[in-house]
Design a protein around this ligand. Structure first.
Ligand SMILES: *[C@@H]1O[C@H](CO)[C@@H](O)[C@H](O)[C@H]1NC(C)=O
Ligand SMILES: *[C@@H]1O[C@H](CO)[C@@H](O)[C@H](O)[C@H]1NC(C)=O
Ligand SMILES: *[C@@H]1O[C@H](CO)[C@@H](O)[C@H](O)[C@H]1NC(C)=O
Ligand SMILES: *[C@@H]1O[C@H](CO)[C@@H](O)[C@H](O)[C@H]1NC(C)=O
Ligand SMILES: *[C@@H]1O[C@H](CO)[C@@H](O)[C@H](O)[C@H]1NC(C)=O
Length: 537
């Protein structure tokens, strides 16, 4: 089931390709499919197995079609979304007929397509395996799994003697089941159980080495994904999701982009499409490049296909240079884009504004640099508190065309140097700080610095949802984070994704990012810090 509340503005279809850099590298071809899931209209009512299979067949037929289209384009791995076969909103009892027992591929080597009789009641596994085999591609899908357990030996075993798991399955290009992952961080999914221990699931492909597997809400937590990335050295992840967009900080493509950039991994993210649930946003992300899709209107599925550099450091001849750039997750990227010449100038000086608006004091910099170290005026407005995404942020308004402002929530402080193309009378922006436990729709400890466009011209509108902005903003944003797990993101008007120019740790122990020269208005610039250790406080 889904991840986050609220609905996105849905206005047009976006399909963007960003290509930056590009040295000689080893590539493979990946696909993700954003699927408009065909739902069971009465998920709370139990049905016969036969009816469940008839329902799931409708979704599997679409998978088959998309896998065939992908195969024609040379795709070697395809990812389908969470809940894409069975749907959502079941109860623990009503999902019964949808469950299959997925054998542990670490214990059993099995191709359901080649050997369909080996395990009974495995029609969905059989179909997926045959789709993978027929089309000669690795296939990642999500389905509900039942695993028997014993209360006598396992204190976590549910009273009815079985676990029901939200499960990702992976088939190799010959139909063999090669991975099974049980979702760790459920998002109000009454039909499923949390696995007793986090599972760190990987599989190996002949074309790109190792991939890790995780699901939807997992992206906000340490287990399993941060362990996969930091401790196990996994640099390629498949990510089935059913994510409800939530601006200004957690729209699907926005956070997927931040995650891939900040961890330095490739993320193959497939979301469901449901206008009613505000679900859209899929993509193929490398730390620096992306192909992504955010549906603004319409309800159709969307296949994305892209050539992706191999990032697994264990693969000989892999993209060593690029992998190296991203080799330390969460360390930032000193320079993402080649802006050598611009880095030598005063960052604020060359920002293009109407010459008549250019004031003499515009001669300031985003960093202390020789020849331009005049202090910026920092006339700060009075801080105020307001909720953004259910958290009590402390905000200050951005006044004037440029400034140097700080806002603190307790001892956690955020600092911004900015220069913008339009006065605040036209579009209102705030800098917000929040350091504390998020408690609505999930419990997780945050340290967030966010520069957001308010939805209107009053303070009360700050923190609301908009995907539109016309003000170009050059900025440096930094904060006094106590965690190294910081996800940096820049979102432009119309759900356009940007990367920071640079990010990393400053000498004085603050994490920063800079960005200038965007060509669309700024909706959100955010450093989204997660303090995993404090989640249970
Ligand atoms: C599913 O449940 C969510 C709440 O968890 C609700 O908002 C939504 O309307 C339900 N959707 C359907 C299709 O029943
Ligand atoms: C099928 O694929 C798996 C995983 O890539 C591989 O280990 C196995 O050798 C393959 N089997 C055959 C019969 O090709
Ligand atoms: C990776 O970066 C480190 C430190 O910056 C450097 O010492 C090393 O030579 C680099 N390795 C490759 C393969 O480029
Ligand atoms: C911003 O303000 C702080 C103190 O308020 C000052 O130390 C810093 O030098 C200023 N930065 C710039 C670029 O003016
Ligand atoms: C946010 O602040 C308001 C007013 O100060 C308070 O009533 C509310 O409990 C706070 N919410 C959280 C989640 O801390």
């Amino acid at each position: 089931m889904a991840c986050l509340g609220l609905t996105a503005a849905i206005l047009a279809v976006w399909f963007l390709v960003i290509r930056l850099g590009g040295a000689e590298e080893v590539f493979y071809i990946a696909a993700v499919y954003e699927h408009k899931v065909i739902l069971n209209p009465t998920p709370e009512k139990p049905v016969e197995r036969r009816a469940a299979l008839e329902h799931m067949k409708k979704n599997l037929d679409v998978y088959e079609e998309q896998a065939a289209i992908s195969a024609k384009q040379g795709v070697q791995i395809i990812v389908f979304p969470e809940d894409g076969i069975h749907g959502f909103n079941y109860t623990r009892a009503s999902i019964a007929s949808y469950l299959e027992t997925v054998p542990d591929p670490e214990v059993v080597t099995w191709s359901p397509c080649a050997d369909p009789e080996r395990f009974t009641n495995t029609e969905v596994l059989h179909r997926l395996s045959c789709i993978a085999r027929k089309n000669r591609l690795f296939l990642v899908a999500n389905m509900p799994d039942r695993q028997a357990c014993s209360r006598a030996t396992d204190p976590h075993c549910p009273p009815d003697g079985q676990y029901q798991f939200n499960t990702d399955v992976v088939f190799s290009d010959n139909g063999t089941l090669v991975a099974r992952y049980h979702k760790q961080n459920l998002y109000f999914e009454a039909s499923f159980d949390t696995p007793p221990k986090p599972e760190h699931t990987t599989f190996t492909t002949p074309f790109a080495g190792r991939f890790g597997v995780f699901t939807c809400f997992d992206i906000l937590f340490k287990e399993p994904v941060v362990t996969l990335v930091e401790d196990m050295g996994i640099r390629q992840l498949v990510f089935p999701t059913a994510w409800m967009n939530q601006l200004p900080l957690l729209a699907a493509v926005q956070f997927q982009r931040s995650f891939s950039y900040s961890t330095g991994v490739t993320l193959l993210a497939a979301n469901l499409r449901s206008a009613e649930m505000g679900m859209t946003g899929s993509g193929i992300y490398t730390p620096r490049e992306t192909v992504y899709h955010h549906a603004m209107e319409g309800e159709q599925g969307k296949l994305l296909v892209s050539k992706v550099p191999v990032l697994d450091p264990l693969v000989a001849g892999g993209a060593a240079g690029r992998a190296n750039l991203s080799s330390v997750p969460f360390s930032g990227h000193p320079k993402t884009v080649d802006r050598e010449e611009e880095d030598k100038t005063c960052l604020l000086n060359d920002f293009q504004v109407d010459a008549t608006q250019r004031k003499p004091e515009a001669k300031h910099c985003l960093k202390e640099e020789s020849g331009c170290n005049e202090e910026l005026l920092n006339e700060e407005s009075t801080p105020f508190t307001s909720t953004m995404m259910y958290d009590n942020f402390t905000f200050v308004l951005l006044e004037g065309r440029q400034g140097n402002i700080t806002v603190c929530d307790g001892s956690f402080c955020c600092h911004l140097l900015f220069r913008r193309s339009k006065p605040h009378e036209e579009e209102l922006y705030v800098l917000g700080a929040f350091g504390g436990l998020h408690v609505i729709h999930g419990t997780y400890y945050l340290e967030v610095c966010a520069l957001v466009r308010c939805t209107g011209q009053h303070k009360e509108s700050c923190g609301g949802e908009t995907d539109h902005a016309e003000t170009l903003v050059d900025f440096q944003l930094d904060g006094t984070f106590s965690t190294k797990h910081i996800y940096a993101g820049v979102l432009g008007s119309g759900m356009t994704l940007y990367l920071p120019d640079r990010s990393g740790w400053e000498s004085r122990g603050r994490f920063y990012m800079t960005r200038k020269g965007m060509t669309t208005g700024l909706v959100t610039a955010v450093l989204y810090g997660r303090v995993y250790e404090k989640d249970s406080t």
